[in-house]
Write a protein that binds this ligand. Structure first.
Ligand SMILES: Nc1ncnc2c1ncn2[C@@H]1O[C@H](COP(=O)(O)OP(=O)(O)O)[C@@H](O)[C@H]1O
Ligand SMILES: Cc1cn([C@H]2C[C@H](O)[C@@H](COP(=O)(O)O)O2)c(=O)[nH]c1=O
Ligand SMILES: [Zn+2]
Length: 191
């Protein structure tokens, strides 16, 4: 069996790469990111994790999954800060990437050109089903894209949408189960 996160390092040990983990809320993006980072640490690779300061949920100094797994991180204001904080690590991870600016694409390309394995996790769609922030552009330049699905809370099928159950049209509204439900296409379209 081929594990997608290992493919590019095997083919070119000195080359960098960009991997994307995307999907709806509760689809397991942060868990998958932490799984890959744990494996990197077992392989004695140094890691650095970033998230946007916008994401004030849980702990400012850690990425935290809905199932309470966590990993230390640096919270930053914009994607250019990733290059300022970068200190020669083998692996750079970026969680909640949908909240970053368009420069994230160039930041990923710059790190990959230095030989870094870059792993980006984030929502591919907002609550309206629109592509979210820099995610589509980062997916376009990535070697690997993993799309995960949550379980639709209405019918149990794979969910690709994050349905907002509270009022508000702002694109950014932080929240959990009190504000969002993962839903499949059918259940998302039945209001
Ligand atoms: N409807 C759901 N479908 C799948 N997982 C869910 C659901 N509701 C809660 N969870 C929990 O969320 C965890 C995934 O959390 P997390 O990795 O933080 O997801 P994401 O980063 O994609 O929002 C699952 O392992 C499970 O414990
Ligand atoms: C769909 C959608 C989500 N958000 C917010 C809600 C959460 O705070 C994060 C996503 O977190 P997760 O780790 O993927 O569960 O994003 C938002 O601001 N706008 C949206 O449209
Ligand atoms: Zn459904």
């Amino acid at each position: 069996m081929v594990f997608t996160e290992d493919i590019f390092k095997r083919k070119n040990e000195t080359g960098g790469s960009v991997e994307v983990i995307c999907g709806s809320m509760f689809s397991g993006k942060t868990e998958e990111l932490i799984r890959r980072l744990n494996r990197a640490r077992i392989a004695r690779l140094s890691v650095q994790i970033f998230k946007p300061k916008t994401d004030t949920r849980y702990d400012e100094n850690a990425i935290v999954s809905h199932s309470a797994l966590s990993f230390p991180c640096v919270a930053i204001d914009n994607s250019a800060s990733i290059l300022l904080f970068y200190n020669g690590e083998h692996v750079v991870a970026i969680d909640e990437a949908q909240f970053f600016d368009a420069d994230l694409v160039e930041v990923c390309n710059t790190l990959a050109a230095k030989g870094v394995r870059v792993i980006v996790a984030g929502l591919d769609m907002d609550f309206k089903g629109r592509p979210f922030g820099p995610m589509p552009a980062v997916m376009a330049i990535a070697e690997s894209v993993t799309k995960l699905h949550a379980v639709c809370v209405r019918c149990g099928n794979p969910a690709l949408y994050s349905y907002r159950i509270v009022p508000g049209e702002d694109k950014i509204l932080l929240g959990e189960t009190e504000s969002y439900e993962p839903r499949c296409r059918n259940c998302y379209n039945i209001v």
